[in-house]
Design a protein around this ligand. Structure first.
Ligand code: AMP
Length: 406
């Protein structure tokens, strides 16, 4: 597949070539053609898959076809992102891909002075990338008018909802024309994203990319059937193994992340918790200590772990299974980076068995169940025998009885 075959114009192809993009990524292969045709897109994909180009190229191509005069430059494409960092990154991508076009991209987000942003808007922009709060602020002051928007993109929509932006998004969507083209990207599509999609999208092309599929292939995955009351003891037992050189533990809630880390520390295993209620400077420090190897164990809730890019994580341990199967794939992708072998261990209580089924459906295969451990669940899986992994011997967790076990 080539960008040419997808219908990308020569002007943009030249830039892509200079950027060293030889072939479109899977999301680009699936999204670019329908997006150029003006279709709405529902994309299940995350950062790192090439999704920015998947929406930016069709937008640039569309806007360039009717390039503006310098006098009248209404905002014709609006991209909403959850964070400042992502907004800046997306705007930069537009500038890069569109550098051979006369189109202008600007970014507005909080945390910085409004003045320069207002000045850029007055100058006229074709593509505006924005975080919700600052955009509404500028709309309120009439510095931004959205009545000529032709294309709307909601990027990392699940994260925007996690961050409580739903009302802001509603207001923004209500301010853009109804006959627009809309693209919504999200790492996961839980029911609340589906209902947002049903509301903002019209007959969308649905695209689902399993971005961490290579990680899911290289990571050795194991399930421990263990009841909730025994999870902490099993965790301490597993962490006693010195092969666990750097472990990232996921819990379902922030409170639980704190509790698990505190109990580990009390048991003599140095561990820190990481979640969005911690002040930014604490998060930064803890992450640095984890990265440098001074902290061996980090216990995180999902939101804090988004975009957590730490090399050489030997083990990802799901203390709890996530509610959405895609999140599991995302979590285990924190280990086994760049083709390195990593291990993913998941605890599954009786009440979590359905989540495990959903994960296995997404993976298209069963995950091996470890039965030989000190805290086995009283209720084995029906098909457990068939699921015993062949390569069990390679999985070197010593089956040592923990000290406090009676
Ligand atoms: P994104 O998921 O949009 O954040 O993109 C992830 C990275 O992949 C960025 O650094 C892009 O520059 C790069 N990228 C996107 N598309 C391609 C492609 N077709 N070939 C090579 N690199 C790409």
């Amino acid at each position: 597949m080539t960008f040419h075959k997808l219908g990308v114009i020569k002007l943009l192809r030249k830039t892509l070539h200079k950027e060293g993009y030889e072939a479109p990524t899977p999301i680009q292969q699936q999204a670019i053609r329908p997006a150029i045709d003006g279709r709405d897109i529902l994309g299940c994909a995350q950062t790192g898959t090439g999704k920015t180009a998947a929406f930016a190229l069709p937008i640039l191509q569309r806007l360039n076809a009717a390039a503006p005069g310098d006098k009248h430059r209404p905002i014709r494409a609006l991209i909403i992102t959850p964070t400042r960092e992502l907004a800046a990154q997306v705007a930069e991508s537009f500038r890069t891909y569109g550098r051979q076009t006369p189109l202008r991209a600007a970014v507005v987000h909080g945390g910085v002075r409004k003045g320069p942003q207002i000045k850029a808007l007055k100058h006229g922009v074709d593509v505006l990338v924005a975080t919700p709060g600052r955009l509404l602020d500028l709309m309120g002051d009439r510095h931004v008018k959205l009545d000529r928007v032709e294309v709307l993109v909601l990027d990392e929509a699940d994260r925007m909802l996690d961050m409580g932006f739903i009302e802001d998004i509603r207001k923004i969507v209500a301010a853009v024309p109804d006959d627009r083209q809309t693209m919504l990207f999200s790492a996961t599509i839980p029911p609340r994203i589906k209902s947002l999609a049903d509301w903002v999208l019209h007959d969308p092309e649905e695209i689902r990319i399993a971005p961490e599929a290579p990680a899911a292939e290289t990571v050795e995955q194991r399930i421990y059937l263990v009841e909730a009351r025994n999870k902490q003891a099993l965790l301490e037992h597993l962490l006693a193994d010195e092969d666990v050189t750097r472990a990232l533990i996921f819990t379902r809630t922030k409170i639980k992340a704190d509790r698990v880390a505190e109990r580990l520390s009390a048991a003599g295993i140095e561990a820190k918790a990481m979640h969005s209620d911690k002040p930014q400077n604490v998060r930064k420090r803890r992450l640095e200590r984890f990265k440098s190897g001074r902290t061996r164990v980090l216990v995180a809730s999902d939101i804090a772990a988004r975009g957590l890019d730490v090399e050489d994580i030997s083990h990802v341990i799901n203390f709890d299974l996530p509610d959405e199967a895609e999140v599991y794939v995302h979590r285990i992708g924190r280990t086994g980076r760049a083709g390195a072998g990593g291990q993913a261990i998941s605890f599954c209580g009786i009440e979590e068995r359905e989540k495990l089924d959903a994960i296995e459906r997404l993976l298209g295969r069963n995950v091996g169940v470890i039965t030989d451990h000190p805290f086995p669940s009283p209720l084995p899986r029906r098909d457990q025998q068939e699921q015993r992994p062949r390569g069990l011997g390679r999985f070197r967790i010593r089956s040592k009885r923990p000290r406090r076990l009676r």
